[in-house]
Design a protein around this ligand. Structure first.
Ligand code: NDP
Ligand code: BG6
Length: 513
């Protein structure tokens, strides 16, 4: 089932209805969707895009008439593309008996066209092939730019000039990184807008497609109990934590130009923060939601150097195994100062959040893998139980944890009486554990986002003014870190990261959850 949020309705339509609706344009003519994965030979296409497209097909969410084209420079036949793609497809959502049959059907709809990213002629050849498949129907075209950012503009130019739809919509999904700082991001937007309108550009941040991130607004705005607490009056601090238990293996070349602040904080964590802290939107319409996100981002103070701690992982030997340092990667310069870890304290200067620290922590090669939001509430004023039985103050405050991944959950730490004749309190969890509550597996973020792009739903994509606001918070500090060549604090591969993160939190009387 697909959610129809266009008019603020939470209605559910059957896959068949949806498929039928998507197969006709507004005047009732039969239509078709052609999806071109530009950079189809690459890692993201194999790992995420083709599997997500198959999952949508398997769930009957793609329109009746659709074709998928892989486009890249590598020479490949249709059969070779299908063979490559088939290795990463799974019927993981619900293992129906006809899985193999569905895969075969899907693969028959996948084709490959080899071409250069800066060749209008090569894209014109693709256009001819797409037209053959479209068979005279209204043609809608989606291009997914799964290529390095230095070739985005060439590809957009050629795709838009030579392979745009003549009678339907043309949309382009752009992958991050959207620039390197405020100036390069603005330049990228300007170049994209030479060939596309803002409505045609779908800037993807796959964290917005994660189930628990999407649920944030539902949690806040459809439960009476949370919204009244959602302010400086009751909330002491909020933490956004991302950690990976592996290094930059295989992506060191890309990563060294960006670092963890650009890779994770400026986009994934900041997007979550915006959804967490924004005011109630006028409606669930994409523009209303994005207006509120921009407003809250604009109310934030640009991050200051004194509120940042950076780190880089060094090699570590454990149990006879040596885990490499970041700079052991052959594609990373030996003297690189690029941070693989950062902690930051941010502030929102508005009436709701004045003085509340919003802490972020993101790191690679740490001891654990996960992403979560932690909301620490204030102390109970004059708490009887602290006075009478001396409960540890810190443990006694409530904490709401939204575990985005893995093992999705939302739990609220409350103080509770330990059953028995005595009066002893402990901190227990009111726990919504997704695996226990819902039997259906959670779809991958890319599935939701691809479906939204096909349906023209922009709610989960980044608008250009949002992007500008996000960059303006981080650009000054990034420049300062780089100009002053600030040396990161080194932490062992597989550890909890630099101790500096604890000092930063302590300055704001916060203990990391
Ligand atoms: P790749 O490096 O695998 O590149 C994709 C394809 O682009 C390659 O197969 C290659 O195809 C072509 N290509 C690579 N380098 C160049 C070059 N210098 N000049 C011209 N063509 C080149 O990228 P990914 O698949 O890892 O990522 C694609 C996009 O998605 C990037 O923007 C990345 O930042 C972003 N991204 C990736 C993630 C991931 O997990 N991989 C996660 C989040 C975002 P061919 O040689 O056949 O033309
Ligand atoms: C990407 C980053 O955007 O997100 C990667 O570039 C990171 O460095 C990845 O590993 C994490 O995504 P997920 O969905 O695996 O948490």
């Amino acid at each position: 089932p697909i959610k129809n949020l266009k008019e603020g309705l939470l209605s559910v339509i059957s896959p068949e209805e949806s498929k039928e609706a998507a197969s006709f344009d507004i005047s009732g003519n039969e239509s078709t969707v052609s999806i071109t994965v530009v950079g189809a030979s690459g890692d993201l296409a194999k790992k995420k895009i083709f599997p997500a497209l198959f999952a949508l097909y398997y769930e009957d969410c793609l329109p009746k008439h659709f074709t998928i084209y892989g486009y890249a420079r590598s020479k490949m036949t249709d059969a070779e593309l299908r063979n490559m793609v088939s290795k990463t497809l799974t019927c993981r959502i619900d293992k129906r008996e006809n899985c193999d049959e569905k895969m075969d059907e899907f693969l028959k709809r996948c084709f490959y066209h080899a071409g250069q990213y800066d060749s209008q002629e090569n894209f014109a050849d693709l256009d001819k092939k797409l037209k053959e498949h479209e068979g005279g129907r209204v043609s809608n075209r989606l291009f997914y730019l799964s290529i390095p950012p230095n070739i985005f503009i060439d590809a957009v130019k050629c795709a838009s000039l030579s392979a745009s739809s003549g009678n339907g919509w043309t949309r382009v999904i752009v992958e991050k990184p959207f620039g390197h700082d405020s100036e390069s991001s603005a330049a990228l937007t300007k170049s994209l807008k030479q060939y596309l309108t803002e409505d045609q550009i779908f800037r993807i941040d796959h964290y917005l497609g994660k189930e628990l991130v999407e649920n944030l607004s539902v949690l806040r705005f459809s439960n009476l109990i949370f919204e009244p607490l959602w302010s400086r009056q009751y909330i002491r601090n909020v933490q956004f934590i991302f950690s990976e238990d592996f290094g930059t293996e295989g992506r060191g070349g890309y990563f060294d130009n960006y670092g963890i602040i650009r890779d994770i904080m400026q986009n994934h964590l900041l997007q979550i923060l915006a959804l967490f802290a924004m005011e109630t939107p006028v409606s669930l319409d994409a523009e209303d939601i994005r207006n509120e996100k921009v407003k809250v981002l604009r109310s934030m103070r640009p991050l200051q150097l004194e509120n940042v701690v950076i780190g880089q992982y060094k090699s570590h030997t454990k149990g006879g195994i040596t885990y490499p340092a970041y700079t052991d990667d052959k594609t990373v310069p030996k003297d690189s100062l690029t941070p693989t870890f950062a902690a930051a304290a941010l502030f929102i200067d508005n009436a709701r959040w004045d003085g509340v620290p919003f802490l972020m922590k993101a790191g690679k090669a740490l001891h654990t893998k996960g992403a979560e939001i932690r909301v620490q509430f204030r102390h109970v004023p004059g708490n009887l139980y602290n006075r009478n039985i001396g409960t540890d103050l810190d443990r006694a405050t409530n904490e709401l944890v939204i575990r985005v991944q893995p093992d999705e959950a939302i739990y609220l730490k409350i103080n509770n009486k330990v059953p028995g004749l005595g009066m002893r309190l402990d901190s227990s969890h009111l726990n919504l554990h997704y695996a226990a509550r819902y039997s259906k597996e959670i779809p991958d973020a890319y599935e939701r986002l691809l479906l939204d792009a096909i349906e023209g739903e922009r709610r989960l994509f980044i608008r250009s003014d949002e992007l500008d606001a996000a960059w303006s918070l981080f650009t000054p500090v990034l420049k300062e870190l780089e100009e002053k060549k600030i040396i990161p604090e080194y932490y062992p591969h597989g550890s909890r990261g630099p101790v500096g993160a604890h000092y930063l939190a302590a300055r704001y009387k916060v203990r990391w959850g």
